[in-house]
Write a protein that binds this ligand. Sequence first.
Ligand SMILES: NC(=O)c1ccc[n+]([C@@H]2O[C@H](COP(=O)([O-])OP(=O)(O)OC[C@H]3O[C@@H](n4cnc5c(N)ncnc54)[C@H](OP(=O)(O)O)[C@@H]3O)[C@@H](O)[C@H]2O)c1
Length: 324
Amino acid sequence: MKVLITGASGFIGSHLAESLLSSGCEVSCLVRSVSARKWLEGLNVQRIHGDCSDRESLNNLRDFEYVFHLSGLTKSNCKKDFYTVNTTATENIIDAVVRNNPGIKRFVYVSSLSAFGPNLNGSPVSEDRNPRPVSDYGKSKLLGEAAVLKYKDTIPVSVLRPTAVYGPRDSEMFLLFKLVNTGLLPFWGKTRISLVYVEDLVRALILTAEKEEAIGETFCISDGMNYSNVEIIDEIASALQKTRVIKLRLPKTFLPVIGAIGDGLSKITNKATMINRDKIKELMHTDWRCDISNAKNKLGFTPKVGIKEGIKWTADWYKIHRWL
Ligand SMILES: NC(=O)c1ccc[n+]([C@@H]2O[C@H](COP(=O)([O-])OP(=O)(O)OC[C@H]3O[C@@H](n4cnc5c(N)ncnc54)[C@H](OP(=O)(O)O)[C@@H]3O)[C@@H](O)[C@H]2O)c1
């Protein structure tokens, strides 16, 4: 099976590459000259040089049977960059795949629950409701979905909308682990969210590529449970053996100020951070649960990892790799 992954140098993409290699696939990864190499080191993958933001560089992507498009921008202090990487680059890659890969069996696009937006009516988000993204990240991913679904009558495409993903190598939820580890945590009230452990998401990605029923479909993906932020904080504290974590109460109205500070710092350091004004637009909402019935029914997706073991394994990985 000839597979191409974009975004393989990142957190989720590198886990997907490992899993596909272990099931015997011939894996190629689209990498940029600036791409991080550490997670692909030692893996028997073919590196193809190219950048989804540069149409010309995609002309040599030929004869793949499966394409997983994961490259994307999750944090930025520049609104325009979200649309360049998540929307325009997605248009570029799907155009290139349609042109040069006549035998394509599936193009899988990894979107995000942010493309749907938060729950505003009390029941978990499902695919049959109208998306209302609240951040530019979410809006740019929704436009990325549209770019892919535009071709659904030309090639077999599928879209996944994972909720927040965590696990070894993740540097985003890591921030929460780091804060809990200090014993002091900013807290602005209870929220309800879904999570998914990276290995479960990888299973969902592979099922999506395999199943006929997934063609033309969009699936929300989580571990099937809903958690409060307090439960998650407690689980992280327990995994890190922190007996006391002080929650520093902040008024929600203060969040945009924190976002602006994050954006300012990232301009100075030239390094994007998860604390930015765009992310704060999402954090202002208290309900990010999703319903995965469609994935269970059509993909036969059964999540295997809940937060008890997932958070423990992730914390252990951070400790072993001296991130904590
Ligand atoms: N992590 C989550 O909780 C989560 C949840 C829902 C959806 N997602 C989606 O899942 C995908 C992977 O996320 P991740 O958490 O694995 O992110 P990540 O670790 O930041 O990896 C992002 C990947 O995208 C590539 N990329 C970024 N900017 C690019 C550009 N301008 N041109 C080409 N490639 C670029 C990166 O390659 P370089 O090394 O070249 O920069 C990297 O391989 C993203 O599309 C994201 O929107 C993530």
